[in-house]
Design a protein around this ligand. Structure first.
Ligand SMILES: Cc1ncc(COP(=O)(O)O)c(C=O)c1O
Length: 411
């Protein structure tokens, strides 16, 4: 659907002729697809005839989700996976062999950090971290003859680092390397990195795309050759396929994605403005704020600033946990991207396995609180936070550094 708008594609793209009578995409809750005869089976397996082979590497419902995501991310194809992490794993497994390297921003989700730090060496590969990812020179310096791709998460979880995707794409092209963007936090409703020069997109569809915390999922969007390579030589042997029911829930999520993102962005801007003015807050990481170092950069590459933010309480770890425990409308959970607002303490949960040293390098502190702002009424969210701030001592203690042993150890 090349000439259709984003919202039309989000509702119609990816459909094929297999569901002539159904208003919604049917759930093909089946792992196999009986053949007419042996000849047909052989032809489908060799690719001479279109058709489905086995649920681990293809399924009609999952295929609609894949095609729809490819349409929204402007790629030739897409391959869905059981979770965001399995999508990132399948991609690294496909692009790297023993001896190869990936260059990555260190501002990434804790699971990605662990996969690159621990998983890659098990495959004989390694990561070169870019610890100043705002500097294109730092990226260039990390590239070696063994580098096979560049990886960036933008905006990043939880510190809201924003990459200059155009500049990074230009660097990648000049070195003949693909640029992979984890677009989970922006979603294609707000940012389409392929149009900025990126080559491959990964998502945890578990988050905004699903939208209501019902189903794990991940996706890789890229060229037909990449996607079919991963289908034939990756997911087929490794197995982390997306379940048809999860694909169905995610397809339904896509229908309202752009409306939800609009409301997420509006609410998040109001909350960030409130927090920035609060005397018990040191700083707020939200690119929508004019004071944010990425504010100017975000305008040409994103349609809105998203709903994820983090802020540092002017206080201790204990005070941060007291604030979190006092919240009544925001849900305390290790998740983001749902209609419900969520509060998380990254240093003790999602990012704890990075260890204190690496967390500090990535800008994560003991009194940092992450918020994924939902689509509730903004005044109720602000009221909830106001009463939680009131529960913290008015006499704010000095800013605290990490204290060894308080958080789990590094990988
Ligand atoms: C930016 C980002 N990428 C990838 C993932 C991993 O996704 P999943 O939990 O679906 O495996 C997450 C999870 O929080 C994330 O925030």
């Amino acid at each position: 659907m090349p000439n259709r708008g984003f919202n039309t594609k989000a509702i119609h793209a990816g459909k094929s002729d297999f569901q002539p009578d159904s208003m919604t995409v049917p759930i093909y809750q089946s792992v196999a697809y009986p053949y007419l005869d042996a000849q047909e089976a052989a032809a489908i397996f060799t690719g001479e005839k279109p058709g489905f082979t086995y649920g681990r590497w293809d399924n009609p419902t999952v295929q609609v989700f894949e095609n729809r995501m490819a349409a929204l991310e402007n790629t030739e194809g897409a391959i869905a996976a059981a979770s965001g992490m399995s999508a990132i794993f399948l991609l690294t497994h496909h692009l790297l062999s023993a001896g190869d390297e990936v260059v990555s921003s260190n501002r990434v989700y804790g699971g990605t950090f662990g996969l690159f730090n621990v998983g890659l060496p098990k495959m004989g590969a390694k990561v070169n971290w870019v610890t100043s990812p705002e500097s294109i020179d730092a990226w260039a310096a990390a590239i070696t003859p063994k580098t096979k791709f560049l990886f960036v998460e933008s905006p990043s979880n939880p510190s809201l680092f924003i990459a200059d995707i155009r500049a990074l794409s230009a660097l990648a092209k000049s070195k003949n390397l693909p640029l992979v963007v984890d677009n989970t936090i922006a979603t294609p409703a707000l940012q389409q990195p392929i149009l900025l020069g990126a080559d491959i997109i990964v998502h945890s569809t578990t988050k905004y795309i699903c939208g209501n915390a019902t189903s794990l999922g991940g996706i890789i969007c890229g060229s037909k050759a990449l996607v079919e390579g991963i289908r034939q030589n990756g997911i087929r042997y490794l197995g982390p396929a997306m379940a048809p029911f999860n694909a169905w829930l995610s397809i339904n999520g896509l229908e309202t994605l752009s409306l939800r993102m609009e409301r997420h962005c509006q609410n998040a801007m109001a909350i960030a403005t409130y927090l920035e003015a609060h005397p018990k807050v040191n700083f707020v990481n939200y690119p929508g704020l004019e004071s944010n170092p990425y504010h100017k950069m975000i305008m040409p590459q994103m349609k809105g600033c998203g709903s994820l933010m983090s802020f540092e309480l002017n206080g201790t770890y204990e005070q941060a946990t007291r604030f979190i425990d006092a919240l009544m409308i925001l849900t305390h959970a290790t998740h983001l991207g749902t209609c419900k607002s969520i509060v998380t303490h990254p240093a003790s949960t999602t990012h704890s396995a990075m260890g204190e040293v690496e967390m500090r390098k990535a800008g994560i502190t003991p009194s940092m609180i992450r918020l994924s702002i939902g689509i509730e009424d903004e005044k109720d969210l602000i009221g909830d936070m106001a009463q939680a701030f009131d529960k913290i001592d008015s006499e704010v203690k000095v800013k605290e550094d990490f204290i060894s042993g308080k958080f789990p150890q590094a990988y």
